[in-house]
Design a protein around this ligand. Structure first.
Ligand SMILES: Cc1ncc(COP(=O)(O)O)c(C=O)c1O
Length: 382
């Protein structure tokens, strides 16, 4: 199987992830933070270490503000629904947002009367910071952007937006679902107040892991309430982080796996991962653009390893089924949880086939995929 659905979940995982998770399950899968016994302490210790490593990797000084969730969606829901909005508050976001940002915002639009502006980031052109700046109003209480599009691989300049947010005194939320573990992210230097990302994509951890890092000075209302293993006498959720936003038993095997994934990413190095994915993406785009009837979408140069395409007159689901069943190539087809993104690139009616690469994909695999798509086109039009 050639796996090119890395933007959904990375696969395969480093062997160290499997080892770390197996070790937890076989040796110390006790409840972390809920008991003073040795096994519970060992479970807590791997979780604390993961918090510290995450804080350091993302340029942030307070590991107690690193909160674990089950995926990026939950982290984003906590950040957005937990944000203390009032009626009439305005949120500036972009047209490439995933439904994990858009749906919580739309929910708050209905339930709290906030206003949301989806800035059109364009098909291929560079992000227009000055046009974005003009969308800020005196009521703007949050700027929320996806660092990289899961549809087109377009990268948004979060360092510039962070500067703008700082200048205007507006909290800045970054959805790093497609970039954590691929592009450098430094919360302090980039003025990021809330950083949400999954553990199971670029960080090479297992599914069931996600993280929300909450900047100093940001107060979120918890979206979940329950046992935190501390302050059990209190009727209300404790005030201190991370417990405030972490109700219920944490996913120790997953978090240990995530730590191993992060360690593998650090060992490979972001520069190496990025350069490898860039090279594969260039080969892929060049190959696809030579095939008649194939249309490739997204920026021509600096982009993530995410490549959407269509073949004239052929349903994208059908292409994905042929690639899967005939060629054993795993891709994703349809609308990629970003309806406005599809509107922006003009593929709302039929969706796209999305190929996404990761650190373990090879040039040979990419060439086989190009050949498979050539054969599919020949089969239909030849
Ligand atoms: C940009 C973006 N945001 C959020 C998410 C949601 O991530 P998760 O599946 O971990 O909830 C995804 C998943 O593909 C994504 O691409």
């Amino acid at each position: 199987m050639i796996y090119l659905d890395q933007a959904a979940s990375s696969f395969p995982k480093p062997v160290e992830v499997i080892q770390a998770m197996t070790e937890v399950i076989t040796e110390y899968a006790a409840n972390p933070g809920r008991g003073g016994h040795a096994l519970s302490m060992r479970a807590s210790s791997v979780i604390d270490r993961t918090r510290q490593e995450m804080a350091s990797f993302f340029g942030f000084d307070h590991s107690d503000r690193v909160c674990f969730t089950s995926n990026a969606t939950v982290a984003l829901n906590q950040a957005i629904k937990g944000f203390q909005f009032e009626k009439g508050d305005h949120v500036l976001t972009t047209s490439y947002e995933h439904n994990s940002v858009r749906r919580p915002l739309e929910y708050l639009k209905k339930t709290k009367g906030i206003e949301v502006d989806y800035f059109n980031t364009g098909k291929t052109e560079a992000f227009d910071l000055e046009a974005f700046r003009k969308k800020i109003t005196p009521h703007t209480k949050l700027i929320a952007v996806s660092h990289g599009s899961n549809l087109t691989g377009k990268i948004v300049p979060i360092e510039l937006i962070g500067e703008l947010a700082r200048e205007k005194g507006i909290p800045f939320l970054v959805d790093a679902a497609q970039t954590a573990g691929i592009l450098p992210i430094h919360m302090n230097q980039m003025n990021i107040d809330l950083l949400a990302f999954p553990g199971h994509k670029g960080l090479l951890g297992p599914q069931g892991t996600g993280v929300l890092i909450v900047g100093q000075g940001i107060e979120l209302t918890p979206i979940h309430h329950g046992g935190t293993g501390s302050s059990s006498e209190m009727i209300d959720q404790p005030d201190s982080l991370p417990e405030r936003l972490e109700s219920g038993t944490l996913n120790t095997p997953g978090i240990a796996g995530l730590l191993a994934g992060l360690t593998a990413v650090k060992a490979m190095g972001l520069d190496t991962i990025r350069a490898h994915e860039k090279r594969l993406t260039e080969i892929l785009i060049q190959g696809l653009e030579k095939i008649q009837f194939v249309h490739v979408y997204g920026p021509t140069t600096d982009r993530l390893g995410v490549v959407p395409f269509t073949i004239e007159g052929i349903d994208s689901q059908e292409i994905a089924i042929i690639l899967d069943q005939h060629y054993e190539i795993a891709v994703r087809a349809g609308l990629h949880c970003t309806p406005l993104g599809h509107e922006t690139i003009g593929t709302s009616s039929h969706g796209t086939v999305r190929l996404s690469v990761g650190p373990y994909n090879t040039e040979e695999e990419i060439r086989k995929v190009i050949q498979a798509i050539e054969e599919i086109v020949d089969g239909y039009f030849g």
